[in-house]
Design a binder for this molecule. Structure first.
Ligand SMILES: *Cc1c(COP(=O)(O)O)cnc(C)c1O
Length: 438
Protein backbone atom coordinates (compact mmCIF):
# COMPACT_ATOMS: atom_id res chain seq x y z
CA UNK A 1 0.00 0.00 0.00
CA UNK A 2 1.52 3.27 -1.10
CA UNK A 3 -0.34 5.79 0.99
CA UNK A 4 1.85 8.17 2.98
CA UNK A 5 0.26 10.60 5.40
CA UNK A 6 1.93 13.79 4.17
CA UNK A 7 0.69 16.54 6.47
CA UNK A 8 1.32 14.52 9.60
CA UNK A 9 4.83 13.83 8.34
CA UNK A 10 7.29 15.37 10.74
CA UNK A 11 4.46 15.76 13.20
CA UNK A 12 3.95 12.16 14.18
CA UNK A 13 7.25 11.26 15.82
CA UNK A 14 5.74 10.41 19.20
CA UNK A 15 3.01 8.20 17.68
CA UNK A 16 5.54 6.48 15.43
CA UNK A 17 7.81 5.73 18.39
CA UNK A 18 4.93 4.38 20.46
CA UNK A 19 3.76 2.22 17.56
CA UNK A 20 7.22 0.65 17.26
CA UNK A 21 7.24 -0.10 21.00
CA UNK A 22 3.65 -1.39 20.85
CA UNK A 23 4.45 -3.79 18.01
CA UNK A 24 7.10 -5.43 20.20
CA UNK A 25 4.61 -6.38 22.91
CA UNK A 26 1.14 -6.34 21.33
CA UNK A 27 0.26 -8.18 18.07
CA UNK A 28 0.16 -5.51 15.38
CA UNK A 29 0.60 -2.87 18.07
CA UNK A 30 -3.14 -2.67 18.82
CA UNK A 31 -5.74 -4.35 21.02
CA UNK A 32 -8.43 -4.40 18.32
CA UNK A 33 -7.45 -4.94 14.67
CA UNK A 34 -9.30 -2.02 13.02
CA UNK A 35 -7.26 0.44 15.07
CA UNK A 36 -4.10 -0.51 13.16
CA UNK A 37 -5.03 1.39 9.94
CA UNK A 38 -4.16 -1.70 7.87
CA UNK A 39 -7.04 -1.07 5.48
CA UNK A 40 -5.92 2.46 4.70
CA UNK A 41 -2.17 2.03 5.01
CA UNK A 42 0.16 4.05 7.19
CA UNK A 43 0.33 3.87 10.98
CA UNK A 44 -2.22 4.76 13.64
CA UNK A 45 -1.92 7.84 15.81
CA UNK A 46 -1.74 7.32 19.56
CA UNK A 47 -4.24 9.29 21.61
CA UNK A 48 -3.30 11.70 24.37
CA UNK A 49 -6.78 12.94 25.31
CA UNK A 50 -10.22 13.80 24.01
CA UNK A 51 -12.98 16.28 24.86
CA UNK A 52 -16.29 17.01 23.16
CA UNK A 53 -16.00 16.52 19.41
CA UNK A 54 -12.19 16.60 19.49
CA UNK A 55 -9.41 14.08 19.96
CA UNK A 56 -5.69 14.94 20.31
CA UNK A 57 -2.78 12.66 19.53
CA UNK A 58 0.49 12.41 21.43
CA UNK A 59 2.14 14.75 18.90
CA UNK A 60 -0.40 17.47 19.64
CA UNK A 61 -2.46 17.09 16.43
CA UNK A 62 -6.16 17.85 16.85
CA UNK A 63 -8.93 16.00 15.01
CA UNK A 64 -12.68 16.42 14.72
CA UNK A 65 -13.71 12.90 15.66
CA UNK A 66 -16.35 10.90 13.73
CA UNK A 67 -15.21 7.52 15.06
CA UNK A 68 -16.21 8.34 18.66
CA UNK A 69 -14.67 5.17 20.06
CA UNK A 70 -16.57 3.30 17.30
CA UNK A 71 -19.91 4.46 18.60
CA UNK A 72 -20.21 4.80 22.38
CA UNK A 73 -19.52 8.52 22.78
CA UNK A 74 -22.90 9.92 21.70
CA UNK A 75 -22.48 12.87 24.11
CA UNK A 76 -18.95 13.52 22.90
CA UNK A 77 -15.76 12.77 24.83
CA UNK A 78 -15.33 13.42 28.55
CA UNK A 79 -18.87 14.71 29.10
CA UNK A 80 -18.77 16.39 32.54
CA UNK A 81 -21.84 14.56 33.88
CA UNK A 82 -20.45 11.17 32.85
CA UNK A 83 -17.00 11.90 34.28
CA UNK A 84 -18.55 13.09 37.53
CA UNK A 85 -20.67 9.94 37.83
CA UNK A 86 -17.63 7.71 37.28
CA UNK A 87 -15.56 9.66 39.80
CA UNK A 88 -18.25 9.47 42.47
CA UNK A 89 -18.73 5.74 41.89
CA UNK A 90 -14.98 5.09 42.07
CA UNK A 91 -14.87 6.67 45.51
CA UNK A 92 -17.26 3.98 46.75
CA UNK A 93 -15.16 1.08 45.44
CA UNK A 94 -14.59 -0.30 41.97
CA UNK A 95 -16.05 -3.85 42.07
CA UNK A 96 -17.93 -5.93 44.63
CA UNK A 97 -19.05 -9.24 43.17
CA UNK A 98 -22.43 -8.63 44.80
CA UNK A 99 -25.44 -6.84 43.32
CA UNK A 100 -25.98 -3.06 43.45
CA UNK A 101 -28.89 -0.67 42.92
CA UNK A 102 -27.12 0.84 39.90
CA UNK A 103 -27.53 -2.46 38.01
CA UNK A 104 -31.26 -2.41 38.65
CA UNK A 105 -31.42 1.22 37.58
CA UNK A 106 -29.53 0.59 34.35
CA UNK A 107 -31.71 -2.42 33.48
CA UNK A 108 -34.84 -0.35 34.19
CA UNK A 109 -33.52 2.52 32.07
CA UNK A 110 -32.76 0.16 29.19
CA UNK A 111 -36.27 -1.30 29.35
CA UNK A 112 -37.74 2.20 29.09
CA UNK A 113 -35.87 2.69 25.83
CA UNK A 114 -36.47 -0.89 24.63
CA UNK A 115 -39.87 -2.20 25.82
CA UNK A 116 -39.26 -5.53 24.03
CA UNK A 117 -36.46 -6.21 26.54
CA UNK A 118 -38.69 -7.48 29.34
CA UNK A 119 -35.70 -9.01 31.13
CA UNK A 120 -32.12 -7.86 30.72
CA UNK A 121 -28.76 -9.40 31.59
CA UNK A 122 -25.80 -7.02 31.76
CA UNK A 123 -22.41 -8.14 30.46
CA UNK A 124 -19.10 -6.45 29.60
CA UNK A 125 -19.07 -6.13 25.81
CA UNK A 126 -21.14 -6.44 22.66
CA UNK A 127 -19.38 -9.72 21.88
CA UNK A 128 -20.45 -11.22 25.18
CA UNK A 129 -24.00 -10.05 24.58
CA UNK A 130 -24.32 -11.67 21.14
CA UNK A 131 -22.55 -14.90 22.17
CA UNK A 132 -24.87 -15.22 25.15
CA UNK A 133 -27.99 -14.39 23.14
CA UNK A 134 -27.22 -17.10 20.59
CA UNK A 135 -26.48 -19.67 23.31
CA UNK A 136 -29.80 -18.78 24.89
CA UNK A 137 -31.63 -19.08 21.56
CA UNK A 138 -30.11 -22.53 21.08
CA UNK A 139 -30.93 -23.55 24.63
CA UNK A 140 -34.49 -22.26 24.40
CA UNK A 141 -35.37 -23.80 21.03
CA UNK A 142 -33.30 -26.97 21.34
CA UNK A 143 -31.95 -26.26 17.83
CA UNK A 144 -28.33 -25.74 16.82
CA UNK A 145 -28.24 -23.71 13.61
CA UNK A 146 -28.24 -19.96 13.27
CA UNK A 147 -28.61 -17.65 10.29
CA UNK A 148 -26.63 -14.44 9.88
CA UNK A 149 -26.05 -12.05 7.00
CA UNK A 150 -22.97 -11.46 4.87
CA UNK A 151 -20.88 -8.54 6.07
CA UNK A 152 -22.70 -8.23 9.40
CA UNK A 153 -20.49 -8.15 12.46
CA UNK A 154 -21.62 -9.51 15.81
CA UNK A 155 -18.35 -9.43 17.72
CA UNK A 156 -15.63 -12.07 17.63
CA UNK A 157 -17.55 -15.08 18.98
CA UNK A 158 -16.70 -18.32 17.13
CA UNK A 159 -20.13 -18.75 15.56
CA UNK A 160 -20.09 -15.25 14.06
CA UNK A 161 -16.78 -15.40 12.21
CA UNK A 162 -18.36 -16.62 9.02
CA UNK A 163 -18.58 -13.97 6.29
CA UNK A 164 -18.32 -11.31 9.00
CA UNK A 165 -18.05 -7.55 8.61
CA UNK A 166 -16.00 -4.84 10.32
CA UNK A 167 -12.31 -5.71 10.78
CA UNK A 168 -12.88 -9.19 9.39
CA UNK A 169 -14.13 -7.68 6.13
CA UNK A 170 -11.57 -4.89 6.21
CA UNK A 171 -8.73 -7.39 6.41
CA UNK A 172 -10.33 -9.57 3.72
CA UNK A 173 -10.63 -12.65 5.91
CA UNK A 174 -13.47 -14.93 4.75
CA UNK A 175 -13.40 -16.96 7.96
CA UNK A 176 -11.07 -17.20 10.93
CA UNK A 177 -8.69 -20.11 11.56
CA UNK A 178 -9.23 -21.42 15.06
CA UNK A 179 -12.98 -21.74 14.67
CA UNK A 180 -13.83 -25.47 14.50
CA UNK A 181 -15.35 -26.39 11.12
CA UNK A 182 -18.04 -28.36 12.92
CA UNK A 183 -19.17 -25.14 14.57
CA UNK A 184 -18.98 -23.00 11.41
CA UNK A 185 -21.23 -25.52 9.69
CA UNK A 186 -24.00 -24.48 12.04
CA UNK A 187 -23.80 -20.85 10.87
CA UNK A 188 -25.84 -20.26 7.73
CA UNK A 189 -25.46 -17.01 5.81
CA UNK A 190 -27.60 -15.03 3.41
CA UNK A 191 -27.07 -11.72 1.62
CA UNK A 192 -28.61 -8.73 3.44
CA UNK A 193 -31.91 -7.52 2.01
CA UNK A 194 -32.54 -10.90 0.34
CA UNK A 195 -35.69 -12.50 1.80
CA UNK A 196 -35.67 -15.13 -0.95
CA UNK A 197 -32.28 -16.42 0.29
CA UNK A 198 -33.64 -16.55 3.83
CA UNK A 199 -36.68 -18.57 2.73
CA UNK A 200 -34.37 -20.93 0.86
CA UNK A 201 -32.25 -21.50 3.98
CA UNK A 202 -35.35 -22.29 6.03
CA UNK A 203 -36.61 -24.71 3.37
CA UNK A 204 -33.24 -26.48 3.33
CA UNK A 205 -33.08 -26.85 7.14
CA UNK A 206 -36.64 -27.29 8.43
CA UNK A 207 -36.94 -27.18 12.24
CA UNK A 208 -33.18 -26.70 12.65
CA UNK A 209 -32.65 -22.93 12.85
CA UNK A 210 -32.60 -21.57 16.41
CA UNK A 211 -32.24 -17.91 15.53
CA UNK A 212 -31.77 -15.27 12.89
CA UNK A 213 -29.38 -12.53 14.03
CA UNK A 214 -28.73 -9.30 12.17
CA UNK A 215 -27.72 -5.67 12.32
CA UNK A 216 -31.13 -4.17 11.48
CA UNK A 217 -29.33 -1.14 10.07
CA UNK A 218 -25.85 -2.31 9.07
CA UNK A 219 -22.79 -0.36 10.20
CA UNK A 220 -20.06 -2.97 9.90
CA UNK A 221 -20.12 -3.39 6.11
CA UNK A 222 -20.34 0.37 5.71
CA UNK A 223 -23.74 1.96 6.29
CA UNK A 224 -26.50 -0.21 4.74
CA UNK A 225 -30.17 0.53 5.42
CA UNK A 226 -32.72 -2.28 5.24
CA UNK A 227 -34.97 -2.35 2.17
CA UNK A 228 -38.60 -1.50 2.74
CA UNK A 229 -40.33 -4.60 4.13
CA UNK A 230 -37.14 -6.61 4.73
CA UNK A 231 -37.25 -6.49 8.54
CA UNK A 232 -40.98 -7.18 8.63
CA UNK A 233 -40.38 -10.10 6.27
CA UNK A 234 -37.82 -11.56 8.67
CA UNK A 235 -40.24 -11.16 11.57
CA UNK A 236 -42.90 -13.07 9.61
CA UNK A 237 -40.59 -15.89 8.47
CA UNK A 238 -39.04 -16.42 11.93
CA UNK A 239 -42.49 -16.54 13.53
CA UNK A 240 -43.65 -19.12 11.00
CA UNK A 241 -40.70 -21.36 11.85
CA UNK A 242 -40.57 -20.93 15.64
CA UNK A 243 -37.16 -19.30 15.24
CA UNK A 244 -36.03 -16.45 17.49
CA UNK A 245 -35.33 -13.10 15.84
CA UNK A 246 -32.33 -11.35 17.40
CA UNK A 247 -31.72 -7.70 16.64
CA UNK A 248 -28.07 -6.95 17.26
CA UNK A 249 -28.45 -3.30 18.23
CA UNK A 250 -24.96 -2.96 19.72
CA UNK A 251 -24.36 -0.15 17.23
CA UNK A 252 -27.90 1.02 16.40
CA UNK A 253 -29.20 1.02 20.00
CA UNK A 254 -29.74 4.56 21.36
CA UNK A 255 -28.27 5.70 18.01
CA UNK A 256 -30.62 5.45 15.01
CA UNK A 257 -33.48 6.33 17.39
CA UNK A 258 -33.71 6.33 21.21
CA UNK A 259 -35.19 2.82 21.09
CA UNK A 260 -32.93 1.66 18.27
CA UNK A 261 -33.94 0.19 14.92
CA UNK A 262 -36.82 -1.72 16.50
CA UNK A 263 -38.46 1.59 17.41
CA UNK A 264 -37.58 3.17 14.07
CA UNK A 265 -39.12 0.33 12.04
CA UNK A 266 -41.80 -0.81 14.48
CA UNK A 267 -40.61 -4.41 14.96
CA UNK A 268 -40.57 -6.43 18.17
CA UNK A 269 -37.63 -8.85 18.09
CA UNK A 270 -37.54 -11.79 20.51
CA UNK A 271 -34.07 -10.85 21.77
CA UNK A 272 -31.95 -7.71 21.51
CA UNK A 273 -28.25 -7.19 22.10
CA UNK A 274 -26.75 -3.86 23.17
CA UNK A 275 -23.27 -2.43 23.71
CA UNK A 276 -21.41 0.76 22.82
CA UNK A 277 -23.70 3.68 23.86
CA UNK A 278 -25.15 1.73 26.81
CA UNK A 279 -21.85 1.98 28.70
CA UNK A 280 -21.10 5.69 28.28
CA UNK A 281 -17.57 4.80 27.18
CA UNK A 282 -17.00 2.08 29.78
CA UNK A 283 -17.27 -1.67 29.04
CA UNK A 284 -20.96 -2.64 29.13
CA UNK A 285 -23.07 -4.92 26.99
CA UNK A 286 -26.56 -6.30 27.48
CA UNK A 287 -28.88 -8.92 26.09
CA UNK A 288 -32.54 -9.21 26.81
CA UNK A 289 -35.99 -9.79 25.44
CA UNK A 290 -39.06 -11.94 26.00
CA UNK A 291 -39.41 -12.87 29.66
CA UNK A 292 -40.25 -16.51 28.82
CA UNK A 293 -37.02 -16.78 26.83
CA UNK A 294 -34.83 -14.87 29.30
CA UNK A 295 -36.09 -17.05 32.15
CA UNK A 296 -34.01 -19.85 30.62
CA UNK A 297 -30.85 -18.03 31.74
CA UNK A 298 -29.11 -19.20 34.94
CA UNK A 299 -29.88 -19.04 37.83
CA UNK A 300 -33.59 -19.16 36.84
CA UNK A 301 -33.00 -21.57 33.97
CA UNK A 302 -30.29 -23.96 32.76
CA UNK A 303 -28.52 -21.80 30.12
CA UNK A 304 -25.28 -20.75 31.76
CA UNK A 305 -23.75 -17.30 31.48
CA UNK A 306 -21.77 -15.34 34.09
CA UNK A 307 -19.19 -12.59 34.61
CA UNK A 308 -16.88 -11.52 37.45
CA UNK A 309 -17.04 -7.86 36.45
CA UNK A 310 -20.57 -7.84 34.99
CA UNK A 311 -22.58 -4.89 36.27
CA UNK A 312 -19.37 -3.16 37.34
CA UNK A 313 -20.24 -0.07 39.42
CA UNK A 314 -18.10 2.37 37.40
CA UNK A 315 -19.54 1.10 34.13
CA UNK A 316 -23.08 1.27 35.51
CA UNK A 317 -22.52 4.86 36.64
CA UNK A 318 -21.20 5.93 33.24
CA UNK A 319 -24.00 4.19 31.35
CA UNK A 320 -26.70 5.56 33.62
CA UNK A 321 -25.38 9.11 33.40
CA UNK A 322 -25.33 8.95 29.60
CA UNK A 323 -28.80 7.37 29.26
CA UNK A 324 -30.26 9.87 31.74
CA UNK A 325 -29.13 12.77 29.55
CA UNK A 326 -30.42 11.07 26.41
CA UNK A 327 -33.81 10.55 28.04
CA UNK A 328 -34.13 13.97 29.65
CA UNK A 329 -32.71 16.13 26.90
CA UNK A 330 -33.86 14.16 23.84
CA UNK A 331 -31.04 15.35 21.58
CA UNK A 332 -32.19 13.05 18.75
CA UNK A 333 -33.86 15.62 16.44
CA UNK A 334 -30.77 17.86 16.62
CA UNK A 335 -28.38 14.94 16.13
CA UNK A 336 -30.36 13.81 13.11
CA UNK A 337 -30.44 17.29 11.57
CA UNK A 338 -26.66 17.75 11.89
CA UNK A 339 -25.93 14.25 10.65
CA UNK A 340 -28.13 14.75 7.60
CA UNK A 341 -26.34 18.03 6.87
CA UNK A 342 -22.94 16.32 7.12
CA UNK A 343 -23.88 13.57 4.69
CA UNK A 344 -25.52 16.04 2.31
CA UNK A 345 -22.35 18.18 2.37
CA UNK A 346 -20.05 15.20 1.75
CA UNK A 347 -22.21 14.04 -1.16
CA UNK A 348 -22.27 17.59 -2.58
CA UNK A 349 -18.45 17.57 -2.54
CA UNK A 350 -18.54 14.41 -4.62
CA UNK A 351 -21.10 15.82 -7.05
CA UNK A 352 -19.02 18.98 -7.48
CA UNK A 353 -15.99 16.89 -8.47
CA UNK A 354 -17.88 14.34 -10.54
CA UNK A 355 -17.07 11.50 -8.12
CA UNK A 356 -19.72 8.75 -7.89
CA UNK A 357 -20.86 8.78 -4.26
CA UNK A 358 -23.89 7.66 -2.29
CA UNK A 359 -24.74 7.60 1.39
CA UNK A 360 -27.30 8.11 4.08
CA UNK A 361 -28.01 8.23 7.79
CA UNK A 362 -30.45 7.27 10.52
CA UNK A 363 -30.24 9.36 13.65
CA UNK A 364 -26.55 10.00 14.24
CA UNK A 365 -25.25 6.89 12.44
CA UNK A 366 -24.18 7.58 8.88
CA UNK A 367 -22.09 6.40 5.98
CA UNK A 368 -20.89 7.32 2.54
CA UNK A 369 -19.60 5.02 -0.22
CA UNK A 370 -17.45 6.01 -3.17
CA UNK A 371 -19.89 4.27 -5.50
CA UNK A 372 -22.79 5.38 -7.67
CA UNK A 373 -25.12 3.16 -5.64
CA UNK A 374 -27.55 2.01 -4.59
CA UNK A 375 -25.46 -0.06 -2.16
CA UNK A 376 -27.84 -2.66 -0.69
CA UNK A 377 -25.54 -5.57 0.15
CA UNK A 378 -22.00 -6.31 1.24
CA UNK A 379 -21.19 -7.35 -2.36
CA UNK A 380 -22.28 -3.89 -3.53
CA UNK A 381 -20.16 -2.28 -0.79
CA UNK A 382 -17.08 -4.21 -1.91
CA UNK A 383 -17.56 -2.68 -5.37
CA UNK A 384 -16.92 0.84 -4.03
CA UNK A 385 -13.68 2.70 -4.83
CA UNK A 386 -11.51 1.60 -1.91
CA UNK A 387 -8.27 3.05 -3.34
CA UNK A 388 -9.65 6.56 -3.53
CA UNK A 389 -11.13 6.08 -0.07
CA UNK A 390 -7.64 5.32 1.34
CA UNK A 391 -6.21 8.52 -0.08
CA UNK A 392 -9.26 10.47 1.05
CA UNK A 393 -9.01 9.07 4.59
CA UNK A 394 -5.39 10.17 4.98
CA UNK A 395 -5.99 13.54 3.34
CA UNK A 396 -8.85 14.15 5.78
CA UNK A 397 -6.71 13.08 8.73
CA UNK A 398 -4.00 15.51 7.61
CA UNK A 399 -6.66 18.21 7.61
CA UNK A 400 -7.74 17.37 11.15
CA UNK A 401 -10.75 15.14 10.50
CA UNK A 402 -10.82 11.57 11.84
CA UNK A 403 -13.15 9.37 9.79
CA UNK A 404 -13.25 5.59 10.35
CA UNK A 405 -10.09 4.04 8.84
CA UNK A 406 -12.00 1.67 6.55
CA UNK A 407 -14.43 1.92 3.65
CA UNK A 408 -16.57 -0.66 5.48
CA UNK A 409 -17.44 1.17 8.69
CA UNK A 410 -20.21 3.57 9.63
CA UNK A 411 -19.55 7.04 11.04
CA UNK A 412 -21.13 8.72 14.05
CA UNK A 413 -21.90 12.18 15.34
CA UNK A 414 -22.23 13.40 18.94
CA UNK A 415 -24.17 16.13 20.70
CA UNK A 416 -20.83 17.90 21.13
CA UNK A 417 -20.48 18.38 17.36
CA UNK A 418 -21.57 21.93 16.53
CA UNK A 419 -22.98 23.20 13.25
CA UNK A 420 -19.63 24.92 12.83
CA UNK A 421 -17.80 21.58 13.29
CA UNK A 422 -19.99 20.07 10.59
CA UNK A 423 -19.46 22.91 8.10
CA UNK A 424 -15.72 22.89 8.84
CA UNK A 425 -15.66 19.13 8.24
CA UNK A 426 -17.47 19.44 4.91
CA UNK A 427 -15.04 22.11 3.80
CA UNK A 428 -11.94 20.13 4.87
CA UNK A 429 -13.40 17.00 3.28
CA UNK A 430 -13.78 18.91 -0.01
CA UNK A 431 -10.04 19.72 0.05
CA UNK A 432 -9.25 16.15 1.05
CA UNK A 433 -11.28 14.71 -1.81
CA UNK A 434 -9.65 17.05 -4.31
CA UNK A 435 -6.24 15.96 -2.98
CA UNK A 436 -7.23 12.28 -3.14
CA UNK A 437 -8.24 12.62 -6.79
CA UNK A 438 -5.13 14.57 -7.86
C1 LIG B 1 -19.26 -3.44 17.91
C2 LIG B 1 -20.28 -4.45 17.61
C3 LIG B 1 -20.29 -5.70 18.26
C4 LIG B 1 -19.21 -6.13 19.21
O1 LIG B 1 -19.16 -5.34 20.36
P1 LIG B 1 -17.79 -5.35 21.23
O2 LIG B 1 -18.13 -4.50 22.40
O3 LIG B 1 -16.73 -4.77 20.33
O4 LIG B 1 -17.50 -6.74 21.60
C5 LIG B 1 -21.34 -6.56 18.01
N1 LIG B 1 -22.31 -6.23 17.15
C6 LIG B 1 -22.33 -5.05 16.50
C7 LIG B 1 -23.46 -4.73 15.59
C8 LIG B 1 -21.31 -4.14 16.70
O5 LIG B 1 -21.31 -2.98 16.02
Amino acid sequence: MSVTPAAREGNNAASAALFRRACEVIPGGVNSPVRAFRAVGGEPFFVDRAAGSRIWDVDGNEYIDYVLSWGPMILGHAHPAVIQAITEAAGRGTSYGAPTEAEVQLAEAVREFFPSMERIRLVNSGTEATMSAVRLARGFTGREMMLKFEGHYHGHGDSFLVKAGSGVATLGLPNSPGVPADLSKLTLTAPFNDLEAVETAFRAHPGKIACVILEPVVGNAGFLPPDEGFLHGLRRITEEHGTLLIFDEVMTGFRVAPGGAQELFGIRPDLTTLGKVIGGGLPVGAYGGRADVMDHVAPVGPVYQAGTLSGNPLAMAAGLAQLKILREENPYPELQRKTKRLVEGLLANGAEMGVPMCGGSYGSMWGVFLAAGPVRTFEDAKGSDVDTFRRFFHAALQRGVFFAPSAFEAGFLSTAHTDQDVEETISRARDALRFALA
